[in-house]
Design a protein around this ligand. Structure first.
Ligand code: CP3
Length: 339
């Protein structure tokens, strides 16, 4: 598989491409499916999750599918109430030592077997040359949702716990990491060819705090999940302050957001580290010609790394014209062609 080869730094015929949030509301067929069920119900029903996963694969020549689910599914399995309105809301946030102690360490099969079922269905339906990606939230990012009770701008509840009771905050990160390791391992057993760990809000920390809290927790997950031939991708949204430390996470691939140019990111992370990224998803709101130009620039920059998987620097926006993704995928495959 071209995607797996690039992740492992092996030779490829061209640069592989997939798109964060490729299954989602910018696709009319997703919106039609979503009319029949709410988001959480779609996640819980393997036939619907599998269908949503496959929708972008039918439309585009993407090199990988990512399973349709959410980073908060295992948080629900840990015993918290999770709602989507459509932004995530957790009405009983974790604030005290008792709250942390009350969290369960779920068995991934009995608590989240629907995710594994969806993965096996998708793996069975995908062509052999297309990879299937499983995923989980990184401990810090999940902790922000659990402590804040939803999304946040400043993360002041989470940071208050971190600064007032670092021991408790570390205990929470460890509990999340311990639940995430078997969850990701079960996804690989069910058919995932690679897994991505999303640290979507890790960039909200100062560099020192990322190194002190988020990094060890992410490394704990990555080191326990890694196995030969199954790449682990660590995506940090906001690498700018800590690029030099990213190789120490120990992932096969480091995902790069769009606020750092890919060339600078590769120099700072180190060219031996395969990378993924990093076109600004908003570029897809521009004309197709611009999408092609910008995609080719990212592909050219990616050649400096031992391996490059093309992606956006964060999730695709719902206003994206679907035909711009066709232009994007074609441009990446054309610009990435090796002679
Ligand atoms: O990438 C894919 O196509 C696979 C599916 C996927 C979803 N969420 C579907 C989704 C993945 C990989 C995620 C991960 C996720 N969820 C992250 C990490 C990625 C990132 O963006 O940084 C985060 C932070 C979440 C939490 C979350 N879930 C938010 C903030 C929202 C609201 C977003 C919005 O635009 O309203 C969700 C809901 C969600 N997750 C939707 C989808 C398709 C929209 C729900 C709907 O259909 O109403």
């Amino acid at each position: 598989m071209r995607f797996i080869d690039a992740c492992l730094g092996r030779p490829v015929d061209t640069t592989p491409v997939w798109v964060m949030r490729q299954a989602g509301r910018y696709l009319p067929e997703y919106r039609a499916l979503r009319e029949t069920a709410d988001f959480l119900a779609m996640c819980h029903r393997p036939e619907l999750a599998a269908e949503a996963t496959l929708q972008p694969m039918r439309r585009y020549d993407l090199d990988a599918a990512i399973i349709f689910s959410d980073i908060l599914i295992p948080v629900e399995a840990m015993g918290m109430t999770v709602e989507f309105v459509p932004e995530p809301r957790l009405p009983k946030p974790v604030r005290t030592r008792e709250d942390v102690a009350a969290l369960r360490e779920p068995d991934p099969h009995s608590a989240t077997g629907f995710v594994m079922d969806a993965l096996s269905r998708v793996r069975a339906a995908l062509p052999a040359d297309k990879a299937l990606i499983g995923f989980a939230g990184a401990p810090f990012t999940l902790a922000t949702y659990m402590i804040e009770g939803g999304g946040s701008r400043e993360f002041l509840n989470a940071k208050s716990m971190m600064y007032n009771d670092p021991g408790l905050f570390r205990d929470l990160l460890a509990r999340i990491a311990d639940a995430t390791v078997p969850y990701l391992a079960a996804q690989v057993d069910a058919g995932a060819n690679a897994v991505q760990v999303f640290d979507s809000w890790g960039g909200a920390l100062s560099p020192d705090d990322w190194r002190a809290f988020a990094l060890p927790a992410a490394r704990s997950v990555v080191s326990r999940v890694r196995r030969p031939g199954v790449p682990v991708i660590y995506f940090l949204n906001g690498i700018g302050g800590v690029a030099e430390d990213l190789a120490s996470v120990g992932a096969d691939v480091v995902g790069v957001d769009f606020r750092t140019s890919l060339g600078d990111a590769i120099r700072r992370i180190g060219p031996a580290q395969p990378v993924q990224g990093n076109l600004d998803p908003a570029a897809l709101l521009g004309p197709a010609g611009l999408v092609r130009e910008r995609a080719a620039e990212v592909v050219a920059a990616g050649r400096a790394a031992a391996g490059h998987v093309f992606n956006l620097g964060h999730g695709i926006h719902r206003q994206t014209p679907p035909e711009n993704v066709t232009a994007l995928v074609d441009a990446v495959h054309a610009a990435g062609r090796r002679l």
